[in-house]
Design a protein around this ligand. Structure first.
Ligand SMILES: [Zn+2]
Length: 226
């Protein structure tokens, strides 16, 4: 089996990128989508050495109030020749203040993704309805990262073209997952580790890493994926 880790912060895992990729490839994980949280990922020059690494650019909602930083990061994006895979991760997060500024930053990135014909990688903690309205209105091509919303919400997002990316976080709520599988066609579902975050209890080590993806996918599929 060869699989893609659709959301993995290779730059934030505490080890050499080479070692992380080697362990992952031994486990059958052959492609890595690396989102940016403050512009480009860190360790960019190192990441660019690997053809199997897909680079994204994005600004996390945590930075929404820092207009100077946002301006600098957008300038960096405008001046780069790097081949981007997606815009993200970006979105809305109820843990951070100033929803208005978050919306402004999110809209800006939706716009960039449309201009560049790139998919958007969306990070959502709460604010499901607000994000839905923004994405619906702009008719974008987007991936909902680490999805764990309700079945009802999933149905609505499906109508506006969402791709759902599942991580180990969905395993905390098996009933929600079973309901989700009844609602969403399999070709709209992809998988991720969200490493170094979201380490499930059934794997060893201090942080999550992409070599864990096959066992995470297996556990998810046990709950109703055909
Ligand atoms: Zn992330």
């Amino acid at each position: 089996m060869t699989i893609t880790d659709n959301h993995v912060h290779l730059d934030l895992i505490n080890d050499d990128i080479k070692n992380i990729i080697n362990r992952a490839e031994e486990a059958g994980v052959t492609n890595f989508v690396v989102p940016g949280v403050c512009g480009f990922p860190n360790k960019l020059n190192e990441l660019l050495k690997y053809e199997e690494v897909k680079i994204c650019w994005g600004i996390y909602p945590k930075y929404a109030e820092d207009s100077k930083l946002i301006e600098t990061k957008i300038k960096e994006l405008e001046n780069t020749t790097i081949n981007l895979f997606a815009i993200g991760e970006c979105g809305l997060d109820k843990r951070f203040p100033n929803l208005e500024k978050q919306i402004e930053l999110f809209k800006k990135q939706i716009e960039i993704s449309k201009q560049r014909h790139l998919p958007l990688i969306v990070h959502l903690v709460g604010h499901w309805q607000k994000a839905y309205e923004l994405l619906k209105e702009t008719n974008s091509n987007f991936i909902l990262h680490s999805w764990n919303g309700s079945g009802e919400m999933a149905k609505e997002y499906l109508k506006i073209g969402a791709i759902f990316s599942l991580s180990a976080s969905i395993l905390k709520n098996p009933n929600k997952l079973i309901e989700f599988f009844k609602t969403i066609p399999q070709d709209k579902i992809i998988f991720e580790t969200d490493s170094p975050d979201q380490k499930p209890s059934f794997v060893s080590g201090e942080q999550n890493e992409p070599s864990n993806l096959p066992v995470i996918v297996e556990k998810i599929k046990e709950l109703g994926f055909a």
